[in-house]
Design a protein around this ligand. Sequence first.
Ligand SMILES: [Zn+2]
Length: 353
Amino acid sequence: MDGIFIDYYDPLFGVVFFFLVIFVASFLTYSYNLYKEKNARSEYKELLGRFGIGNLDEQDYVHLYKTYNLPFDSILLLASSFVYKGDYNKSISIYLTLLEHVQDKVKKEELLELLGTTYFKGGFLKRSVEIFLKLLEFSPRNTKALKYLLLCYEKLKEWDNALDVLESLRELKCDTNEEYTYIVLQKLISDPLLTYEKKTEQVLSIYDVAPHTARIISQYLITYNKPLFWKYVIKLDILNIIDLLWYMDFNDIDFEVVKSNDLLEQIFSAKGYISYNDKATNIVDLDILALLCKENKGLRSRVDLGFEFICKSCKRIHPMYESRCPHCHSILSLGVKPKLIKRMMIEENISLQ
Ligand SMILES: [Zn+2]
């Protein structure tokens, strides 16, 4: 080949031709890359524009992941923004679409975890259970999945399944004592085969060893045996059930028991059911209300006692009592805080004395 080249062409022309070929090839490659980049930029810009108005569809997320190689965590962060907006269906749909395209085991696990928690937040408890069970099939030591599974079974009142999950958590050295007592208590209360007497006896024996269950015990007694509730009320943490007492029907109150305890007396004198006895407690708003019943009935009729529930673990305030904190999911961690509020009802059947 070299011989032929030398025979027919000037060597200088050969060098010039060689560099010319390199130049043309470089120019073409550069132009092509420039064109590709420009195209990608305009596509990306269009994609971002659509994201700005919340119009990215499920396939766009796959596109971001597969074509643009956007980090997986960033894609999950984008999809999770719908959870914060309360659009659970959209997030779920994105996670499901991504699951079809993701092969990596760790990423799959991360997606299933997000899918399960989003189903849980959206109230799709059965779906959430399915996802976490699937996740646990190939990651049985995933404590986050087990804890969410426990939350689902509690909400579904599937107490035996909840106890099985607790067993797995125990094997993984998680502290589950408070949860265990709570679930055993709930299972007992909902047992249709136990006689009422037997059930009550066992419920009270649980309270003796687990006083943090006072509120559940109170609710049970108030529902099924009010005389027994009044027999036990002094032993209970009255301050932590003050809202239950406040909303009790006048006819269900044992005033003999009320008069034997300063705090009970102040609660019902603030309510206007008994006369004011100057039994100040350390609950300022309650004391003010009780005093108003005596000193200023006009003002008393415009205010009332409201309640908020503060989590001892995360300190968040919630408007309603729940067995688990809706924010941090701690069990029986909500404490009651009474506070003066403007009365919303114009008339109430309270006889102010
Ligand atoms: Zn909390």
